[in-house]
Design a protein around this ligand. Structure first.
Ligand SMILES: [Zn+2]
Length: 197
């Protein structure tokens, strides 16, 4: 640790000495890095993760495990809409714009744990919608934006905006939440759902 960076952190109050800027990744461009980076600090898309990020959310969203029990979710079907193909059940908070692609940090849920998820999740305390999702993809992350301030790495005001993998912004985020994009889905009533055979 050099004296200059210690002084900067005392004067400015927000220099993060764990973080620095290095070239790297598939593009070889400058990006946010840890001064001593360990395996697992980056995801497969080269985004840096906060070491204090809630691990459960990232893994469950990545591997499509139930938000409640952590077991792999199974494909489900709608009894009332039999022509719909099988898909995964995602619950989203009320007020979400369901006319277009949905980006969410809430992992899917298994059928058995849907009532518990609705009861217990703060996100659903006012209202929610159940989506039978047939097409989805990893979109990117939500995290703290940083910038290079000449001598040190400076955090910018927190943002809840998802940033896309591969973007400039993603190289300058310290990720906390993994975002999945639901591209093909139908709003269903979860009372009408059954496990697909
Ligand atoms: Zn479950």
């Amino acid at each position: 640790m050099n004296t200059a960076s210690v002084m900067l952190s005392m004067v400015e109050g927000y220099a993060d000495l764990e973080l620095c800027v290095r070239r790297g990744g598939p593009s070889g461009r400058f990006r946010l890095s840890y001064t001593s980076e360990a395996p697992g600090d980056r995801d497969l898309r080269d985004v840096l993760w906060d070491r204090d990020a809630p691990a459960g959310q990232r893994d469950r969203m990545l591997y499509l495990d139930c938000a409640m029990c952590g077991q792999p979710v199974r494909q489900i079907r709608s009894i009332r809409k039999p022509r719909l193909g099988p898909g995964l059940l995602f619950l989203v908070p009320g007020g979400e714009d369901l006319e277009r692609t949905v980006r969410t940090v809430l992992p899917p849920v298994c059928l058995a744990h849907t009532p518990a998820a609705v009861r217990q999740s703060m996100a659903f305390q006012h209202d929610h919608a159940a989506l039978l999702v047939s097409e989805h993809r990893l979109y990117g992350v939500i995290g703290t934006p940083y910038r290079w301030a000449g001598h040190y790495v400076q955090p910018l005001p927190p943002s809840d905006d998802p940033v896309a993998y591969g973007s400039f912004e993603a190289r300058w985020r310290l990720a906390r939440l993994l975002v999945r994009e639901l591209t093909e889905y139908t709003v269903v009533d979860h009372a009408d759902l059954t496990e697909a055979r």
